[in-house]
Design a protein around this ligand. Structure first.
Ligand SMILES: [Zn+2]
Length: 134
């Protein structure tokens, strides 16, 4: 039983029968929202040849602000939620206060892109382009 539990526990309560809490809906909404962002068709960056100092090179232009995209201004936004198990749960001598310690040895999964950002606005990669994580 957690400290947050305030009501009586029915005799037949099992882990499968935990009553929902209204705040559970927020997590469900977050999951739905993230799924919607993943499939959203943000404007695609446009690959184009640019001439500079008589040299021609391939550049990428942002369809939203019209600027050529510098690599440091383009971000892959990853969800990187980590579910870290509690390492220990302890209370002090009076049991009035306690601490829950966590130890994180997980590396976030940075290779799942939720969306891309050029500066402050969402975009997607040029048509036919792919991510290449290293
Ligand atoms: Zn832009």
């Amino acid at each position: 039983m957690t400290a947050a539990h305030t009501g009586p526990v029915p005799a037949d309560a099992t882990a499968d029968a935990v009553p929902p809490h209204p705040a559970d809906a927020l997590i469900a909404q977050l999951d739905d929202l993230m799924d919607a962002i993943r499939v959203a068709e943000f404007p695609a960056l446009v690959a184009e040849e640019v001439e500079d100092d008589r040299e021609t090179f391939l550049a990428v232009r942002c369809p939203r602000c019209g600027d050529l995209v510098e690599s440091e201004d383009l971000r892959a936004v990853t969800p990187a939620f980590l579910w870290i198990a509690a390492d220990d749960i302890e209370s002090d001598e009076t049991h009035a206060r306690g601490a829950v310690s966590f130890y994180n040895d997980q590396t976030p999964d940075l290779e799942e892109t939720l969306y891309y950002r050029h500066r402050e606005h969402a975009v997607r990669l040029p048509e036919g382009w792919r991510e290449d994580w290293q």
